[in-house]
Design a binder for this molecule. Structure first.
Ligand SMILES: [Zn+2]
Length: 69
């Protein structure tokens, strides 16, 4: 029950600050510059390889796999 109420609270916060959350996803947490996003679709394996890179600093690259089905 405790865990459930925490989740609800987080959801409300996320909903209320959607623009801030979007900024956190699209921008570098180190320098604030917008990430360069690359999508590589692999249709044989049904996933999209998403790569975000900051070209403004040495934050590096974050990679995410999106599974399609
Ligand atoms: Zn950066």
């Amino acid at each position: 029950m405790k865990e459930r109420s925490v989740k609800v609270e987080n959801f409300v916060r996320y909903f209320g600050e959607i623009e801030d959350v979007k900024k956190q996803i699209e921008c570098c947490p180190k320098c604030g510059a917008k990430f360069t996003v690359t999508h590589l679709a692999d249709h044989d394996n049904l996933y999209i390889h998403e790569e975000v890179t900051c070209e403004n600093c040495t934050y590096g690259t974050e990679e995410t796999l999106h599974i399609l089905n």
